[in-house]
Design a protein around this ligand. Structure first.
Ligand code: GLN
Length: 447
């Protein structure tokens, strides 16, 4: 399996989905073979997978798609890596990503962009675009990404695979390089609901090394169509504007399938969602500006010597970070500065609460909520790189879920033909906090 995955990665090098191979993979695979031979039953025995390059796996580079970490090699395993390895999985390599997970297209990586396997002139979405493309192209059956504002769900939608963002705290963030700590969650990509459930049962669960980790043992499974009868599904009214015809058709098709199976489908309004993008960026950027202070060339970051300490730190950060990362550090620092804290960060925190309350109210009447995952299918490489606001707007359907800490799953829901090419479209289901299991059950029922 490991050799097959490597051969497929090699044959698909033009996608630029995988940025480094794990030199320790053969040793791990041999150990797994030994454990199986000794009679151990391992849920992921020999399953090859790739990790987004912001997840630490001992002995592998963890670049976060940034020049500043070009020569960083992890001295330890993230909790998810420990658990995957214990379950018999073999980490084949690391997947491309937007620099420090900041983006919606996987174009800001220092390793260059990842291409969408469905149309190589288009983006795979981001920021976990490498992990999504690797699964979509069949290089590996499953991969891990991270989702701060949509970075698992949106690339899953744009590449036609499943992508799950768990409840905040369900999967340990120990060993995930921090972007915006109150929003970050690790999540899997897969081509079936069963594979998602299998991986979640391995990686979820309490971890004393992550102070925000929740004690909720995983019980993921796939459901059957009869479970859809009587299910109360709320269609988020605020997500119905501004979608392409293909996205509208895919959502309508999904709603018809749910109704056909006996679900109760009705519209529901979450009035504060229109502030979600502004609120998200005013929380994510300040948190990022604080988290990224550690890359100063002293402890972390490829040092660029320049006279005194301050000069070296400045030169290190000037050379090591890309434009989008610098933009966010500047805006984030500004929003936290004493003169503007009340106007921006503190106000964003209050709107975050209103958004979470909207969801809580909706879940009083519904078991699940549904919306498009993205208003449009994969866009062209370069189409949004010169216009940050249009790139940020790509997250309009996903960021509110992170602000509220909820679990959500993007399910493949059809195709939109653009310029003669079939491009995948995804639909997002959102569950109440800690009801993540409902999402794989639903996905199984819909298969
Ligand atoms: N596109 C969003 C951002 O740039 C979300 C990224 C993410 O989820 N990591 O912040």
């Amino acid at each position: 399996l490991l050799e097959e995955a490597r051969a497929r990665i090699e044959a698909a090098r033009d996608l630029n989905a995988v940025v480094s191979l794990n030199v320790g993979a053969d040793e791990t695979a041999a150990q797994v073979a030994g454990r199986v031979a000794a009679g151990e039953t391992l849920p992921l025995a020999g399953v090859p997978l790739v990790l987004k390059d912001n997840l630490n796996a001992r002995g592998t580079p963890t670049t976060c798609g940034s020049r500043i970490l070009a020569n960083y090699v992890s001295p330890y395993d993230a909790t998810v890596v420990e658990r995957l390895t214990a379950a018999g999985a073999v980490i084949v390599g690391k997947a491309n990503m937007d620099e420090f997970a900041m983006g919606s297209s996987t174009e800001t990586s220092a390793c260059g962009p990842t291409l969408n396997p469905w149309d190589r002139s288009r983006v795979p979405g981001g920021s976990s675009g490498g992990s999504a493309a690797a699964v979509a192209a069949g290089l590996v059956p499953v991969s891990l990404g991270s989702d701060t504002g949509g970075s698992v769900r949106q690339p899953a939608a744009l590449t036609g695979v499943y992508g799950l963002k768990p409840t905040y705290g369900r999967v340990s963030r120990y060993g995930l390089v921090a972007y915006a700590s109150s929003l970050d969650q690790i999540g899997p990509f897969a081509r079936s609901a069963a594979d998602l459930a299998l991986v979640m049962n391995v990686i979820a669960g309490h971890d004393p090394r992550d102070a925000t980790s929740l004690d909720a043992p995983p019980a993921f499974r796939t459901g059957t169509p009869d479970e859809l009868r009587g299910l109360r599904v709320g269609v988020i009214r605020e997500s119905l504007e501004g979608n392409t015809a293909g996205v509208e058709a895919a959502l309508d098709g999904m709603l018809a399938a749910l109704r056909g199976a006996g679900a109760e489908v009705r519209e529901v309004s979450l009035p504060h969602l229109r502030h979600a993008i502004a609120t998200y960026y005013l929380i994510a950027m300040p948190e990022a500006s604080s988290n990224l202070a550690r890359y100063d060339g002293m402890v972390y970051g490829e040092r660029v010597p320049a006279g005194d300490v301050t000069g070296s730190m400045t030169a290190t950060r000037e050379r090591g970070f890309g434009d989008e990362v610098k933009r966010r550090i500047l805006i984030g620092t500004y929003a936290l500065s004493s003169g503007y804290y009340d106007a921006y960060y503190s106000r964003a925190m209050r709107v975050r609460r209103l958004i979470a309350d909207d969801f809580a109210r909706a879940f009083g009447d519904f078991d699940l909520l549904v919306s498009p995952t993205s208003p449009f299918p994969a866009f062209r490489l370069g189409e949004k790189t010169q216009d940050s606001l249009s790139m940020y707007a790509a997250d309009v359907d996903t960021v509110a879920v992170n602000l509220a800490g909820l679990p959500a799953l993007s399910v493949p829901a059809g195709f939109e033909t653009v310029d003669g090419v079939r491009l995948p479209v995804g639909v997002q289901f959102i569950a109440p906090a800690l009801a993540d299991e409902r999402l794989t059950a639903l996905a199984g029922a819909l298969e």
